[in-house]
Design a binder for this molecule. Structure first.
Ligand SMILES: Cc1cc2nc3c(=O)[nH]c(=O)nc-3n(C[C@H](O)[C@H](O)[C@H](O)COP(=O)(O)O)c2cc1C
Length: 242
C-alpha cells in the first residue's frame, strides 16, 4: 500500500500534525506500507486562479508552474492520501485548502448526476482512499464538526471514500515538555502506530480505535488550566519589556 500524507501545518517539521503523522506512518511502514509525507510549508503552491485552463486549454494540467504538479502525480498514484492539518478557524489550514483547490485538474468539466447529486467525473480511472488527521487547540471533539463534514463532501468530489478519521482535541499537549506527561504522550503515540498498522492490514480504522484516539490525554480542565498559565506567562514577559 502506498500512503501519501499531505501536512498542511505552517509549522512543518515541528508541527503537532507531523508528530501524529510520523507515529501513524511508523505503524503503517511496519506492516509494509510505502509512506511519504509532503510538508506544504516547504512547497510553493499558488492559489487556484479559477481560469479552468486545466479543463479546456491544458487538460489535466494547471498552467501555473510550481510544486503542485509533482505532488499531484504522487497523489493520483497512491492508494491512500491522508489530508493532515491543524484546525484553523474551525476548518483546515489555508495551505491545505489551497492544495485541495489545486486538485481541480483531476476532474472533468462535464456535469453528471451520481446518486441524485450533480458532480464532475474523475479524469482518472481510480482515486485514492482518503484519511483525515487533524489536531486542535481547544480540547473538545465538537470543534472538528466542520472538518468532518468538509471531507464527507471532498470524497464525493474525488469519487472515493474516507477510511480513517483521526482527530486530536487539545493537540498542543503533544509538544509539552512536562516529564509527568511523557508516559501519557508515549501511550498516545503507540495508539497512533497501532492505527497505522490497522489501516494497512484491514484497509480502514476501526471505530473502537478511533474512539480511543479521541479520548482525553489529560482531563480538559487540566489542559485549559495549563494553557491559560502558559499564555499568562507569555503576556507577563511582554509587560516586563514595556
Ligand atoms: C490562525 C489560527 C487559527 C486557529 N483556529 C483554531 C480553531 O478554530 N479551533 C481550535 O481549536 N484551535 C485553533 N487554532 C489552534 C491550532 O489548531 C493548534 O495550535 C494546533 O495544535 C496547531 O497544530 P500544528 O502544530 O500541527 O500546526 C488556531 C491556530 C491558529 C494559528
Amino acid at each position: 500500500m502506498k500512503i501519501l500524507a499531505i501536512n498542511g501545518s505552517p509549522r512543518g517539521e515541528s508541527s503537532n500534525t507531523q508528530t501524529m503523522l510520523k507515529a501513524f506512518l511508523k505503524g503503517a511502514a511496519a506492516k509494509g506500507a510505502e509512506t511519504e509525507i509532503v510538508l506544504l510549508s516547504e512547497k510553493t503552491i499558488h492559489p487556484c486562479k479559477g481560469c479552468f485552463a486545466c479543463w479546456v486549454k491544458t487538460p489535466g494540467e494547471c498552467i501555473q508552474k510550481d510544486d503542485m504538479k509533482e505532488v499531484l502525480k504522487k497523489l493520483w498514484d497512491c492508494d491512500l492520501v491522508i489530508f493532515a492539518s491543524p484546525l484553523y478557524v474551525d476548518c483546515v489550514s489555508a495551505q491545505l485548502k489551497t492544495f485541495m483547490d489545486r486538485m481541480l485538474p483531476g476532474i472533468l468539466p462535464n456535469f453528471v448526476k451520481i446518486d441524485g447529486v450533480w458532480r464532475h467525473p474523475l479524469r482518472f480511472e481510480t482515486s485514492p482512499k482518503v484519511g483525515v488527521l487533524c489536531n486542535s487547540g481547544f480540547p473538545q471533539m465538537e470543534h472538528f464538526q466542520v472538518v468532518h463534514h468538509l471531507f464527507e463532501r471532498v470524497v464525493l468530489n474525488m469519487h472515493t471514500e474516507i477510511v480513517m478519521e483521526i482527530y486530536r482535541p487539545g493537540g498542543e499537549i503533544l509538544r509539552a515538555k512536562n516529564l509527568l506527561l511523557k508516559p501519557l504522550l508515549l501511550k498516545y503515540k503507540k495508539l497512533l502506530e497501532k492505527a497505522g498498522k490497522e489501516v494497512v492490514e484491514k484497509g480502514r480504522l476501526s471505530e473502537k480505535l478511533q474512539k480511543q484516539l479521541e479520548a482525553d490525554i489529560v482531563p480538559p480542565d487540566t489542559y485549559i488550566k495549563n494553557a491559560n498559565a502558559y499564555w499568562d506567562k507569555q503576556l507577563a514577559k511582554l509587560d516586563k519589556t514595556k
